[in-house]
Design a protein around this ligand. Structure first.
Ligand SMILES: C[S@@+](CC[C@H](N)C(=O)[O-])C[C@H]1O[C@@H](n2cnc3c(N)ncnc32)[C@H](O)[C@@H]1O
Length: 273
């Protein structure tokens, strides 16, 4: 059982390495062909491939669709335009990077960032199978993004920020890499404000994207403190009692409006699940 932030992050990495292996090797130890096998029991209907339109699924290699572990479809909410540079935080099997690459066109780049080698290998394989050339997968953590300041137009992410052991660092890093006026279109699990950290932890595990979720109020406050404006957090579908898949949107505020960050603790103690 994980007790420190480093141990918790390692538990997350192991969980998603296993999920990538399950998709890459369906007959292997995990015994299932879909990444959703590694979601908590009963959650597969609210996470993963079913959240994409059939038309989008049809554009993608089967392994990319099967590897989908998200809680929404950020490419549908980010309103991507031709020529934009996009960064997907926690890109997993690459589904949103491949879809983004198509939206921004061959003259622009879609980056995927992930800490799990097995996911990066799967994403590169899927991108090659999809014929996507304007994609670039980076190894690293979302708390320290390996890209220069002011280099990205749009940051997307699908069910990953809840897994971070340092959410203020993630939000600060997103602001740093976004160009002035840059925006986010993020899908994530978000709790109703009535739920305490312990309530969230009782509803599901940290690695299963539940216990580490921020509440709506915490998300909004964290984004504003990090330097965003026009912040909105909208629930789309319930994933557990009082916990929702949500669309998170915001725009990087002009320089003088950015302030210091409050401390946001991830919901649930690291060892809870
Ligand atoms: C729930 S999966 C979502 C994958 C993908 N976004 C999707 O929709 O299918 C979480 C992914 O985020 C990655 N991840 C989790 N925490 C991370 C962190 N702190 N830094 C980088 N990657 C992380 C995991 O390796 C995994 O690939």
């Amino acid at each position: 059982m994980a007790t420190t932030a480093d141990e918790l992050r390692e538990e997350v990495r192991r969980r998603y390495a296993e999920s990538a292996r399950a998709v890459s090797d369906p007959a292997g130890e995990c015994g299932c062909g879909s990444g959703s096998c590694c979601a908590d029991e009963g959650e597969s209907a609210v996470f993963g491939e079913t959240l994409y339109e059939a038309e989008q699924r049809g554009e993608l290699p089967e392994a990319a669709v099967l590897a989908s572990l998200g809680c929404g479809n950020p490419t549908a909410v980010a309103d991507l335009r031709e020529g934009e540079t996009v960064l997907d935080l926690g890109s997993g099997g690459g589904i949103d990077v491949i879809l983004s690459a198509r939206r921004v066109g061959p003259g622009a780049t879609a980056y995927g960032l992930d800490m799990t080698d097995e996911m990066l290998a799967l994403a590169r394989h899927n991108a090659a199978a999809a014929g996507a050339k304007n994609v670039h997968f980076l190894k690293g953590v979302i708390e320290k993004i390996p890209l220069p300041a002011d280099s990205v137009d749009v940051v997307i992410s699908n069910c990953v920020i809840n897994l971070s052991v340092d959410k203020p660092a993630v939000l600060t890093e997103i602001v740093r890499v976004l160009k002035p006026g840059g925006r986010i279109g993020i899908s994530d699990v978000v709790a109703e404000d009535r739920l305490s950290a312990d309530d969230r932890a009782r509803r599901g595990s940290y690695v299963g994207c539940i216990a580490g979720a921020l509440s709506k109020g915490e998300y909004e406050a964290g984004l504003e403190a990090a330097g965003f404006e026009d912040v909105s957090v909208e629930f789309t579908h319930e994933v557990a009692d009082g916990m929702h898949g949500a669309i998170v949107k915001a725009v990087k505020a002009p320089e003088p409006e950015r302030k210091g960050l409050p401390v946001i603790q991830p919901a649930g103690s690291p060892g809870c699940c």
